[in-house]
Ligand binder design. Structure first.
Ligand code: PGA
Length: 238
């Protein structure tokens, strides 16, 4: 199981310092925390956690004002990076070309991309989930050779489930996760890890854990509270 916390822009410096002080002696090779760029060094310097990034520059060049490159992330000891999150698709209009460029830079710098895909509510309503998710995956992965694809982790995150408290049924998740795994295996001959994300919390984790095909979780809001996050991690280790 791989459990990734995506803390987004939720926390102030004070809240991060409190989080860090509570988790500083915790080490678990299956747990990754992705703070804001601003706080990466606080986590790297003061905890034993594996630290990921929520973003990376699309361009790997050395004069790019305001950006942070994969090479810089690597120099900080970053092991994972989220790419393709629905919030970046929606608010920043990032598309498959941007995601492919980011993933290339990450792979070149030995950082594992966590590539997010998922359908919107209306797409689900129109029975388009697999079409949408399949297109999102193929548009990006087709840019890479199998030897690179094997370094990618997929996160299935239905957009309508993110931050809403709504979660698909276990049957719906199984259906999409199996579809993703079969698609990638058929097209590229590779078995990738597939995480589930979208309103995972301490109340629904034991039900979600009944799904054997899920390889882990991408957790937003619930990763900002140490107790809840570690409770979820402990449920996943059962
Ligand atoms: P959530 O967010 O757990 O708060 O729904 C998940 C995500 O956006 O990765």
């Amino acid at each position: 199981m791989l459990i990734v916390g995506n803390q987004k822009t939720y926390l102030s410096k004070e809240a991060v310092l409190e989080f860090v002080s509570k988790i500083k002696d915790y080490r678990n090779n299956n747990v990754v925390i992705c703070p804001s760029y601003l706080y990466i060094d606080l986590f790297c310097s003061n905890t034993d956690l594996i630290v990921g990034s929520q973003n990376v520059s699309e361009k790997e060049i050395s004069s790019m004002t305001g950006e942070i490159t994969a090479r810089q992330l690597s120099s900080m000891g970053i092991k994972y990076c989220i790419v393709g999150h629905s919030e970046r698709r929606e608010y920043l209009k990032e598309n498959s070309d941007v995601f492919a460029n980011k993933i290339k830079n990450l792979i070149d710098n030995n950082i594992i991309p966590i590539f997010c895909v998922g359908e919107k509510q209306t797409e689900k309503g129109n029975n388009l989930t697999k079409d949408v998710v399949g297109k999102q995956i193929l548009e990006v992965l087709s840019n890479f050779a199998s030897c690179d694809i094997k370094n990618i982790v997929i996160a299935y995150e239905p957009v309508w489930a993110i931050g809403t408290g709504l979660v698909p049924t276990n049957e719906e998740i199984i259906d999409v996760v199996n579809y993703i795994k079969d698609l990638i295996s058929d097209k590229f001959g590779i078995n990738l890890l597939v995480l589930y994300g979208g309103s995972v919390n301490k109340k629904n984790i034991s039900l979600l854990n009944q799904i054997s095909s899920i390889d882990g979780y991408l957790i937003g809001g619930a990763s900002t509270k140490v107790d809840e996050f570690l409770y979820i991690v402990s449920e996943c280790s059962k």
